[in-house]
Design a protein around this ligand. Structure first.
Ligand SMILES: C[S@@+](CC[C@H](N)C(=O)[O-])C[C@H]1O[C@@H](n2cnc3c(N)ncnc32)[C@H](O)[C@@H]1O
Length: 242
């Protein structure tokens, strides 16, 4: 189980969770530079993360997309985001041995950071609803090449029992249709300490699809064993057009 606990109501995918990570967490998870933060960014799934709000407040250009925004947009997610961040914190507290307490000094620091991110999400999604677009992987409502960088955290690889290999392949190709570069974090399923079992096979299948993938160490480990991201780029222009 991950470090948050609310179901997003995604239907066939079982219980996939809503969570609120901050710009600081995204920066660390995805090794984002200042230059990266000036690129056009798509965050999918955006969930109740504060990342979009924080980067837009600095003058950046981020759009979040999530299946949970269907219905009444992000309002439903916003209404429960702080409570869910606190519920997520209860889970982390109860399973403290499964986490490294470095990025967050302790469960109280985790609670403060996630609750603050949830608040930022709620405020920004209310004032800038156009930045929060409903969409369901593996097919999203964005034009080809409409952003420079796509970030995807805590969906792919996390739910290995619910999301099959073909879903992973199609989702990565779709995200790279929209952006020229994709970063995915983490590579370790929820409840595990080792990378997604089919990672090597998937990388090789993606190479056949014209996608170059690289596993990159990052300076962030909260879930024990999860300290790498996948960086993907189109190796040839036809890669995402089939
Ligand atoms: C654990 S959250 C991660 C969110 C955020 N990136 C973060 O790290 O805080 C997982 C999110 O995936 C969304 N989700 C699940 N299936 C999806 C799909 N097929 N397409 C888009 N979003 C999906 C859920 O609604 C949920 O908000």
């Amino acid at each position: 189980m991950g470090d948050s606990t609310s179901a997003s109501g995604t239907g066939g995918f079982g219980e996939i969770l809503v969570s609120s990570r901050s710009l600081d967490e995204y920066r660390a998870m995805f090794a984002l530079s200042e230059q990266d933060l000036r690129r056009r960014i798509l965050d999918c799934p955006g969930s109740a993360a504060g990342f979009t709000a924080e980067v837009c407040a600095r003058g950046g250009d981020v759009t979040a997309c999530d299946v949970a925004y269907f219905g009444d947009g992000s309002a439903k997610v916003a209404a429960t985001a702080v409570a869910e961040a606190e519920r997520g914190n209860d889970f982390v507290r109860a399973h403290a041995q499964d986490y490294r307490w470095e990025f967050f000094a302790d469960p109280d620091a985790h609670r403060r950071a996630r609750s603050e991110s949830a608040r930022q999400f709620a405020a920004h999604s209310g004032s800038h609803p156009q930045r929060y677009v409903p969409g369901r992987l593996p097919q999203l409502p964005f034009a080809d090449n409409s952003v420079d960088l796509v970030l995807s955290s805590h969906l792919l690889f996390c739910y290995a029992d619910d999301l099959d290999p073909e879903f992973h392949r199609r989702a990565i190709i779709e995200l790279l249709r929209i952006g020229t570069e994709l970063r995915v974090f983490p590579l370790v399923p929820i409840g595990s300490r080792t990378p997604y079992q089919r990672l090597r096979a998937l990388i090789s299948e993606l190479a056949d699809d014209g996608v170059d993938c690289r596993v990159v160490d990052v300076d962030y480990e909260f879930q024990v064993g999860a300290a790498q991201m996948l960086m993907c780029r189109r190796a040839r222009e036809s890669a995402t057009r089939s």
